[in-house]
Design a protein around this ligand. Structure first.
Ligand code: IDP
Ligand code: MG
Length: 140
């Protein structure tokens, strides 16, 4: 079954929207197979956002992503990589239609604050799942 890496960003925690977003993922019919709250380091962010390091906004993005906890998840389902991108809506809130997570809940001046990350390909999903869930399934 296809898997993707989803991450609720610090604004989702701060605005108490984590439950709402998780609920939308579940109601769509996807299966959340792993989930944990984390505080990200600059080192991890530089790996995760390697494609953006040279952008002028990168320092702000890094600071934003370290401004509070994130919640990482592995989400499983048929076509879930594209399906989650559709559920999220596009990066910029003004492009995101009502009915999407970003369309319904984001309009911040800080363009980093768009609530949620989702892998953009199956290949990236596998890379990101290995980065954020190296422990796999936890038994304690
Ligand atoms: P995505 O999250 O929709 O895949 P990416 O282009 O991969 O979008 O960018 C990663 C994240 O970087 C975005 O979700 C957003 O938080 C932040 N970002 C993207 N473009 C800008 C910008 O122009 N200014 C500030 N932050 C940005
Ligand atoms: Mg991206």
């Amino acid at each position: 079954m296809e898997k993707t890496y989803i991450m609720l960003k610090p604004d989702a925690h701060k605005r108490e929207l984590m439950g709402e977003i998780i609920s939308r993922i579940e109601r769509k019919g996807y299966n959340i197979t792993n989930m944990k709250m984390m505080h990200l380091t600059a080192k991890t962010l530089k790996e995760h956002y390697a494609h953006l390091i040279d952008k002028p906004f990168y320092p702000e993005l890094e600071e934003f992503m370290m401004s509070g906890p994130v919640v990482g998840m592995v989400v499983e389902g048929e076509g879930v990589v594209l399906g989650m991108r559709n559920l999220m809506g596009p990066t910029k809130w003004w492009d995101a239609l009502a009915g999407t997570i970003r369309g319904d809940f984001s309009n911040a001046n800080d363009l980093s604050a768009n609530l949620i990350h989702g892998s953009d390909s199956v290949e990236k999903a596998n890379e990101e799942i290995a980065r954020f869930f190296p422990e796999g399934e936890v038994t304690i």
